[in-house]
Design a protein around this ligand. Sequence first.
Ligand code: GA4
Length: 335
Amino acid sequence: VVVLANPPVVDQIPLLRSPGPRDSFSCVPVVDLSGPGAARAIVDACERFGFFKVVNHGVPAATMDVAESEAVGFFAQAQADKDRAGPRASYPFGYGSKRIGLNGDMGWLEYLLLAVDSASLSDACPVPSGAAFRSALNEYVAAVRDVAARVLEAMAEGLGIADAAALSSMVTGAGSDQVFRVNHYPPCPALQGLGCTATATGFGEHTDPQIISVLRSNGTSGLQVALRDAAQAQQWVSVPSDRDAFFVNVGDSLQVLTNGRFESVKHRVVTNSLKSRVSFIYFAGPALEQRIAPLAQLLAEGEESLYREFTWGEYKTAAYKTRLGDNRLAQFQRC
Ligand code: GA4
């Protein structure tokens, strides 16, 4: 990736030169969630990339399509109506535009950040208020949470952990901290005329703090992940979009639970000048009091944790003090 020499700035949002067509992550690992090889394939993908695509997941296309068209309708409303759904007292939950977090990160997007209780949107958060949108999102959230739990069960099996629910129960257990995000990346008019490789930052590079994240988009490209080549140099590659599949990211907490055997994957989203991107992301986090430390069964004899111990609540509080692109785990790393 070459950052433009003097990047023009759209409302303080940096423009980037995107990877060329040759830099497409066309061999993204594909996991057939209903097939017999899922457990092995998940562990292999997490070790190699911290990222994979899930097919044969059993979620009906209608569940995704209805939620998507309701989301498109929500974002098509007048700005003043959307602003009324802003976070105010419920920070960070509610509608947001361009600003991400509290520490100055900006992106060419608008979004809804929503709290999830058990298998549906939290009653404590009244946004979104439209009954049809809310019920479509509830149906989607229940389905994607189930996909996350099945992925985590298969992962535990692939890791050889005797308790098949060791990871999934952290996410489905009482008090688990689940977050749901609907992102809308409108076309960026300022890019017109700059050539087809110019893109604006939609969501800047970061790793997700949770255990895993499960993403689904409307089939518009934009997601990129950072891969390491043989010389450990970082290279950004574009992930070909697939509206029928889910994409799973390893988060920082899973990196710690596996003592670094899986690494959380750095990713970002870039916008384009022509097409809107809508994505749904379910962030699977544990209860605030959950201790995040390597699972005993994954430590070889004499192997020590690479991280000092913390709870998910402590990590989350620390994360909200950082900038998006910061290495949040660094402050918990043992020297
Ligand atoms: C990244 C993953 C999720 O989108 C999120 C984000 C959160 C936010 O947008 O409010 C954070 C970001 C995310 C990591 C660092 C902090 C917190 C913005 C930010 C600068 C909802 C999350 O849990 O962490």
